[in-house]
Write a protein that binds this ligand. Sequence first.
Ligand code: PBG
Length: 326
Amino acid sequence: MTFPRHRPRRLRSTPAMRRLVAETTLAPRHLVLPMFVADGIGEPRPISSLPGVLQHTRDSLRRAAAEAVSAGVGGLMLFGVPREEDKDDCGSVGLDPEGILNVALRDLAADLGDATVLMADTCLDEFTEHGHCGVLDEHGRVDNDQTNAQYVKLAVAQAESGAHVVGPSGMMDGQVAAIRDGLDAAGFADVAILAYAAKFASAFYGPFREAVGSSLQGDRRTYQQDAGNAREAVREIALDIDEGADMVMVKPAMAYLDVVRAAADVASVPVAAYQVSGEYAMISAAAANGWIDGPAAALETLTSIRRAGADIVLTYWAAQAAGWIA
Ligand code: PBG
């Protein structure tokens, strides 16, 4: 009778043993909740492709934010949904202190103070009538440098409204350096930048476009990355760190776990990954059909994103998952 000498199963024998040897942790503090706040709605509005996620009114946002913070999430990432008639060609309503995103940031800053990390999406697509992440030139292409000038104003408006972190997500060249200089010059040296450093042109953003009522025609392929390019992602990450990013993000998460790993291996700053709307929608839809155990699948994906090297995970499950983990 021969026995295998190596028996990895010894370390799986009891829950306590498995806990002792667990390599990856997933705690509420690792999770950031993206939230949508809409102007001109009387009641919170469900988003059909993101079951359980709402377009909030100012009031319902305050309540949901307070709940998420008491559940222990690491932070909140806010997106603004303006009235259709307030959109223009350069996203002015995003810069307006009375625009919905800035007003909501002030609400949450007043309610929550430093009890959480308040983040804002620093991008123009929610606010432009054409739905692009930037300002268009006379040929209809997104103009890099004009867009950066708008991002600086947007970031300063968000900092003035109480954001601890701004999240430039438009993938313009030099956006992090421009925003860092702009924040510093405006007296916001302490406001941090979470750079969407490697953001891919992805089909998994579909439900988000419903969530923010996006007006986009066409695609974002001249500024977001092609799915196959991992080396280019590493270059984007290095550039953003060099420009002063305090944290870098890879987005989407699940189809790009190799990029998350590469980022974690090279980055000297915390790495975030965004489990985007389509990832949430896929699992939610399968769970609603009884084809998959939703919470178990969600936690498995979140653990995988952590295992790949993400310090921080943005997920629409953040508040719920905090409850499942606890
Ligand atoms: C751009 C932005 C997008 C998402 C976050 N920020 C959409 C896009 O690039 O088209 C997508 C998030 C998601 O799908 O959950 N401001």
